[in-house]
Design a protein around this ligand. Structure first.
Ligand code: UDP
Ligand code: MG
Length: 181
């Protein structure tokens, strides 16, 4: 099945100089690159991206990590959108297991990730967990005109394009942070 995924080179990957390596590994697949962006990670973007983990004890530390606060203030990350057959499985195989200590040593996370003393998995890359999350995350990180393929419908609004079905009710995996009491 054709799927879409968001790949992020996280702040630890950026400061370790692994962006080129990560891109190279993905270039070796048959996945098609359809979006690329250097993104500043604000608290709002970070907590929306990881909203499914907001009840976890490590949430605040995870937000600090993705905002670059554990990596010398590296607050920009590289975000890539890919599409292709079986994209989730292929991309997650390259990334490796979430915990770098359990990841295959040939994977990106197994080769270059680490667990901090506070228990955060500094695991170099983010890859969407499934195709529903892939759609939600691509719509969150990219504007329609930044995606070079017809992945999802968009509409004209105030002279620019918006996602026709924003990363909201249809695609979310739980309530948005603003909806929680
Ligand atoms: N994470 C962590 N400790 C955990 C679980 C997750 O630090 O016990 C971090 C880790 O950086 C992970 C991110 O939270 O990549 C998102 O977690 P998720 O369960 O979505 O894993 P992923 O889809 O990234 O493999
Ligand atoms: Mg995930």
């Amino acid at each position: 099945m054709k799927e879409c995924i968001l790949l992020i080179v996280k702040p630890d990957g950026m400061v370790k100089g692994l962006a080129g390596h990560v891109l190279r590994r993905f270039e070796e697949t048959d996945l098609r690159l359809v979006g690329a962006r250097l993104a500043k990670v604000t608290r709002e973007l970070a907590s929306t991206h990881y909203h499914h983990l907001r009840e976890k004890p490590f949430f605040e530390e995870l937000i600090r990590f993705i905002m670059g606060e554990l990596n010398g203030g590296q607050d920009t990350v590289l975000a890539f959108a890919y599409t292709g057959e079986d994209a989730v499985r292929k991309a997650r195989a390259i990334a490796g297991a979430t915990n770098p200590e359990e990841a295959d040593y040939r994977s990106i996370r197994g080769s270059f990730g680490r667990v901090t003393t506070k228990g955060v998995f500094e695991n170099v890359v983010h890859v969407s967990s499934d195709s529903i999350e892939g759609e939600r995350e691509i719509k969150l990180w990219f504007r329609p005109e930044e995606i070079t393929a017809d992945l999802f419908p968009s509409v004209a609004a105030d002279g620019r394009r918006e996602w026709a079905e924003p990363a909201g009710p249809k695609t979310r995996t739980g309530p948005w942070p603003s909806e929680t009491p």
